[in-house]
Design a protein around this ligand. Structure first.
Ligand SMILES: N=c1c2ncn([C@@H]3O[C@H](COP(=O)(O)OP(=O)(O)OP(=O)(O)O)[C@@H](O)[C@H]3O)c2ncn1[C@@H]1O[C@H](COP(=O)(O)O)[C@@H](O)[C@H]1O
Length: 100
């Protein structure tokens, strides 16, 4: 699944029943969403330091999913994040030209 499709799926869970959807449950509990992102990020770090590529891939997917849920719980969308990244690309381009 693409990150864009995952973000869309998460956004669509805002009106879902927290009893049947883990995503809806986290969206209704922003602090829990943040806690889960922290846990998954630490698990990804552990696998990275162990050099376990397969487990790092799985933990990175968990961390990415929970990062998007945490952001969605605060109405920060993937488009917002992409716009932030785009702004940095433009800035670094300017900095590169200025340093020439
Ligand atoms: N990508 C995910 C995803 N990744 C992880 N999880 C859930 O996150 C929960 C917590 O993960 P953990 O790794 O902590 O699970 P755990 O059982 O505690 O295991 P460990 O901590 O021991 O590793 C589990 O219930 C997982 O199923 C996810 N739940 C949903 N999605 C996506 O979200 C969509 C919507 O799903 P619902 O949440 O069911 O609406 C799905 O179609 C998926 O695309």
């Amino acid at each position: 699944m693409s990150i864009q499709n995952l973000a869309q799926t998460i956004a669509a869970r805002k009106d879902a029943d927290p009893a049947t959807s883990w995503t809806a449950k986290l969206l209704s509990q922003p602090d829990k969403a943040a806690e889960k992102f922290g846990e998954e990020a630490v698990e990804a770090i552990i696998e990275a330091t162990k050099g376990n590529r397969r487990k790092l891939t799985a933990e990175a997917a968990d961390a990415l999913y929970h990062l998007l849920v945490m952001c969605a719980a605060h109405d920060v969308t993937l488009a917002d994040i992409e716009a932030e990244l785009e702004g940095r690309t433009a800035q670094s381009g300017l900095a590169e030209k200025a340093s020439r």
